[in-house]
Design a protein around this ligand. Structure first.
Ligand code: GDG
Length: 480
């Protein structure tokens, strides 16, 4: 990846930054990319969280004297900036009340459902908004304090939508990028938000506002045009202060080569065989892996699968559905209700259709190491990804990266950002249960040759547009 880091002016600037302790490249995200762990001898250490974003940005951070600004994961605690694994980390403190209002409230119970087509009712509370403004201001101050003159700042995601304009007001010398990891809704929905104009103005502080899909970028430009009366041309929005901001799609991806290498490790391959055996060596393993979230369409897919088994379209002696639901946002009411609903649904399907020692659904409410995830992707035959709305969906891409034999089928919702790229998947509408059932059968009944043809083409896409390409496309545009 080469985000304009190689010419000598940039090197001089990096050297200046290093001398001053200031950063020439700053990433800001709700969370720092580290988790605190207690070691067996009771000492406390930080471990880098192995997400794709971190992996992609580490080389840029190292080349450019980078810093990462974010919350460290524990409330009511203020920590000094520290260096971990060569990364300069700047913790932003959050109080217990802010966690409830800015994070669980405004971010996860207002913006998250609203931006996902309102598939759950968004709640609007003025005190949540006030807290969101306060926390965005705190992030801004920390970034402004650490950023060197003329530095590049890349703000991540919907928790920090006010940071770009707050930061520009404090530090007009900076280059500011913003990337929204979730969808940006159509203006008819966005208009429900009492603070809609503040959010638009907040984002327009950036030089580039990045989205997962062209539709997200178009929704944003339309909201800006209708609400603020700023016109745009070829993605560029003209602003009253004479600046321009680019609203454009940069579809995020994964470390495809890294995932493939992980899946090819002998221990992972062996674990994949064990998983198949533990599931009773069925002819077909269907797999779902999601954070337990109402946007992911877990109920819909289980219902479709259960009906196929009940109707004898799929033979209960030949198929198993393995569904992993990683615990998520457990303090938010909607998520607790969803967990209960899925527990009931799984119990009913297995109760109705199971036999002694044979259950069509294996449901795991737990999280797993990456090696185990790669083993599951390898063990499966049919990956089922059915969100009602999803910014991108990296699970779909991870499955593809693990299929070096070019086998396996991906059933994918047309409402996931990934559907824009993975056109050779078995596309479904998750609201259409009969349609979904038909596609599941098609994936099973197609010839191996047809599945291979589809997988080859999807692998080409995922390996060409990987996470490095994503970051370099964005940062190259931002550097122009
Ligand atoms: C948001 C947007 C967008 C899951 N369980 C475990 C685990 N995971 C990993 C997966 C994958 C990631 O979490 C989930 O990413 P998704 O993209 O599927 O979904 P969100 O969490 O909703 O992510 C989404 C994404 O941001 C990036 O922009 O694609 O649309 O909603 O990487 O592998 N990882 C491990 N154990 C688990 O149990 N190790």
């Amino acid at each position: 990846m080469n985000p304009s880091s190689t010419d000598s002016a940039d090197r001089d600037q990096a050297a200046d930054g290093a001398a001053s302790g200031l950063a020439n490249f700053v990433v800001a995200a709700n969370r720092l990319p580290v988790d605190r762990v207690t070691l067996p001898d009771d000492t406390v250490a930080w471990r880098t969280s192995p997400g794709g974003l971190v992996t992609a940005l580490i080389p840029v951070m190292r080349a450019q004297q980078g810093a990462w600004v974010g919350w460290h994961g524990a409330p009511d605690e203020t920590l000094e900036p520290f260096v971990e694994d060569g990364l300069q980390l700047v913790p932003v403190p959050l109080s217990t009340q802010e966690l409830a209002e800015y994070y669980e409230g405004m971010s996860n119970a207002t913006l998250w459902p609203l931006y996902h087509d309102g598939v759950a009712f968004p709640e609007f509370h003025r005190e949540w908004w006030d807290s969101y403004v306060d926390v965005n201001q705190r992030f801004t101050k920390q970034i402004a304090d650490i950023a060197a003159e003329g530095a590049t700042v890349w703000v991540q995601d919907y928790q920090l939508q006010l940071v770009p304009s707050l930061l520009r007001a404090l530090r007009p010398d900076l280059r500011i990028g913003f990337f929204n990891h979730i969808p940006f809704p159509p203006v008819e929905l966005f208009n429900q938000l009492p603070w809609r104009d503040q959010i638009l103005q907040g984002l327009l502080g950036a030089d580039i506002v990045g989205f997962q899909t062209p539709a997200g970028a178009a929704n944003f430009r339309q909201a800006v045009r209708l609400r603020l009366r700023y016109e745009s041309k070829a993605g560029w929005i003209g602003l009253p202060d004479g600046r321009r901001a680019l609203a454009k799609a940069y579809p995020i991806s994964i470390d495809a080569a890294g995932f493939q290498a992980l899946a090819q490790q002998p221990d992972v391959q062996q674990r994949a065989a064990e998983i198949r055996a533990e599931l009773g060596n069925p002819r077909w393993i269907f797999l779902g892996i999601d954070r337990l979230d109402y946007t992911k369409g877990i109920k819909q897919r289980l219902r479709a699968f259960g009906e196929l088994v009940a109707e004898g379209e799929l033979d209960s002696d030949e198929v198993v559905f393995l569904q992993v639901a990683t615990p998520s946002r457990e303090r938010v009411e909607e998520y607790r209700l969803l967990r209960d609903e899925i527990d009931r649904l799984v119990g009913r399907i297995n109760g109705d259709l199971g036999k002694i020692g044979v259950q069509p659904l294996t449901y795991l409410h737990s999280s797993y190491p990456r090696e185990e995830m790669a083993a599951m992707y390898t063990a499966a035959d049919i990956m089922v990804v059915t969100p009602l709305r999803d910014g991108m969906n990296l699970v779909a891409k991870e499955f593809i990266a693990c299929r070096s034999n070019n086998d396996g089928a991906l059933i994918l919702s047309e409402f996931a950002g990934a559907a824009q790229e993975l056109k050779q998947s078995y596309l479904i509408n998750p609201y259409d249960i009969n349609g979904m059932k038909a596609r599941m059968l098609e994936a099973v009944n197609d010839s191996p040759k047809e599945r291979t043809r589809r997988m080859r083409s999807m692998r080409k896409q995922v390996f060409t547009y990987d996470i490095d390409r994503w970051a370099s496309d964005f940062l190259t545009d931002l550097g122009r």
